[in-house]
Write a protein that binds this ligand. Structure first.
Ligand SMILES: [Zn+2]
Length: 227
């Protein structure tokens, strides 16, 4: 019985010290293996590092391919926490521009030995972006811009909503730029990067995490593509 994506994702949303309790939930959900029981038995232990060392073998015993090396790097880098922080920046832009009805969060899956984060809607709609998600190797200066791109694409593909649309150009939409982007003339000063209007006359709009309601076309409450 292979671990579901939802259960796999819970690794990123639970604190490491809670993983033994997570393992108990998995057991209650019908997964079972000696490795999983070993992890579940660590409840009441404060040795989070033991849970971390056991998890790769637990995952393999439940049908998930994961390399020790990839997993330890993913954990050591605080990957789950970094993804949640990056998505929170983008969510602030959604909320501030009046699109708070869309609550976006990272979800995590494996591809080979890679653990990759994509965007999902609050009702569980996902798009894996042709495999181009956030990995533990996504540069720290790129992760917010990547999360923004994943959110935009997932809203478009799953909700038929194009966000954010440039208030000045109406039919054009904004794209996220890495702070290292050097294109024609600008290196954004903010470490999180910027929203850029992707029109024939490209222009900076605001930094990621600081998009304002006046910057974008308001939410119509209905799909913005396909009409
Ligand atoms: Zn524009």
């Amino acid at each position: 019985m292979n671990l579901s994506f939802d259960d796999l994702q819970s690794i990123c949303t639970w604190a490491r010290s809670d993983w033994p309790r997570l393992a108990q939930q998995w057991l209650e959900r019908g997964y079972d293996s000696p490795e999983l029981r070993t992890l579940a038995d660590l409840v009441d232990s404060t040795r989070a590092e033991v849970a971390v060392s056991v998890m790769p073998s637990v995952l393999r015993s439940l049908g998930i391919e994961v390399a020790d090396e990839g997993f330890s790097e993913y954990e050591a880098s605080g990957f789950g926490a970094r993804c949640r922080a990056a998505f929170a920046v983008v969510q602030a832009d959604l909320d501030r521009t009046g699109f708070g009805r869309f609550q976006m969060s990272p979800y995590v899956t494996t591809a080979g030995s890679w653990i990759t984060a994509y965007a999902q809607t609050s009702d569980g709609r996902r798009w894996t972006n042709d495999g181009l998600g956030i990995t533990s190797y996504t540069n720290a200066t790129q992760i917010v811009a990547s999360a923004a791109s994943l959110v935009c694409d997932t809203l478009l593909l799953c909700k038929r909503v194009r966000w954010p649309r440039c208030a000045a150009h109406q039919t054009k939409y904004l794209v996220s730029r890495y702070p290292s982007w050097r294109g024609d003339h600008l290196v954004p000063a903010d470490p999180d990067g910027e929203w850029w209007c992707n029109s024939d006359e490209p222009h900076p709009v605001n930094r990621l995490g600081n998009l304002q309601a006046a910057d974008v076309v308001p939410d119509t409450g209905s799909p913005t593509v396909g009409r």
